[in-house]
Ligand binder design. Structure first.
Ligand SMILES: [Zn+2]
Length: 314
């Protein structure tokens, strides 16, 4: 039987301000854990550390990971996993806590799923902002026509929970749109909803004290870059800064050892891997399915997005 590493983001209920963010409810989370505990043996960060020295992931086991450092993790996740005697890894991003700036990834997530009443409302605004900024000859791929949306149906196919509009958005964002234009549009639109980023951050992210609480409860913290940048879009120098700064800040602020890393959006690059290898990081997580073969590159251990958990069980 194969082992599984799960990647979670949002876990909250309808009473949360952020309950639309493609997350799961606390109940669903609890049910998933019950299934996992029946099928597999839970392991700890320490056991992964030992096993990765052999580049072999322990068989028939599961491990839980939580990305991006949102308040859900200390408020909702911690009590549940503590109750079940489990430990897990958390991968916060320092930028909001240090600079008072919400990472672009979170702003665009907010705009897609909370800012507008319907996803298509968001898409209309987003695409029209692009068309204002892109020269005539290059506009056709950014038009949110039925045809273009249909053509995107195979993009990110393995992520079963996206509809075609969401696939279209991700495709133009990832493949066609200049990242500076993307950031400018997202920053602009986000500021219409939240002019005060600090209060958004206070509500949305775990503080350093919350992170200390996780550590005191036996949880493990890992790095996830400084600002949640897509490593494939950075120069070697920028990539190094993103990784090294995230490790240094967490270690200094929390007096803990940072030995693991999660690639933002699962995007691993050769350069990033070699930077990690020359740092104190002992293993890192990507995205994918940990197959029956337990032999694994310890700098790219695949994780399953827990929002696809049902299809994983099927
Ligand atoms: Zn992330």
């Amino acid at each position: 039987m194969e082992s599984v590493v799960l990647m979670y983001h949002f876990i909250n209920d309808d009473n949360s301000n952020f309950s639309n963010l493609k997350g799961i409810s606390t109940n669903q989370f609890y049910e998933q854990l019950k299934v996992l505990l029946k099928k597999y043996r839970p392991i700890s960060h320490e056991e992964i550390l030992k096993s990765t020295q052999l580049d072999k992931f322990p068989e028939n086991t599961f491990y839980l990971t939580f990305d991006d450092g949102t308040k859900d993790h200390s408020n909702n996740v911690l009590p549940i996993i503590k109750d079940l005697g489990l430990t897990a890894s958390f991968f916060p991003v320092p930028q909001p806590l240090i600079d008072g700036v919400v990472p672009i990834i979170e702003k665009q997530r907010f705009l897609q799923y909370i800012g507008y009443e319907k996803y298509s409302d968001f898409l209309n605004v987003f695409c029209s902002e692009i068309l204002k900024r892109v020269p005539k000859g290059k506009r056709s791929v950014f038009i949110n026509s039925k045809e273009n949306i249909e053509k995107s149906s195979t993009y990110l196919k393995h992520l079963t929970y996206y509809n075609n509009k969401e696939r279209f958005y991700r495709k133009i964002r990832d493949l066609f749109l200049d990242s500076l234009i993307f950031e400018e549009i997202i920053n602009n639109l986000f500021s219409k909803f939240y002019s005060d980023e600090i209060s958004f951050i206070d509500n949305f992210y775990m503080s350093f004290n919350d992170l200390k609480l996780l550590i005191s409860e036996g949880m493990t913290l890992g790095a996830h870059t400084y600002s949640h940048s897509l490593l494939s879009k950075l120069s070697d120098e920028e990539c190094k800064n993103e990784i090294v700064e995230s490790i240094d800040i967490l270690q200094q602020k929390l007096l803990c050892k940072i030995e693991s890393f999660a690639y933002p959006n699962g995007v691993r690059t050769q350069v990033a891997e070699s930077i990690l290898k020359s740092s104190m990081i002992k293993y890192s997580f990507g995205v994918g399915n940990l197959k029956a073969n337990p032999k694994v590159n310890r700098f790219n251990i695949p994780r399953i997005d827990a929002a696809s958990f049902e299809s994983f069980l099927a």
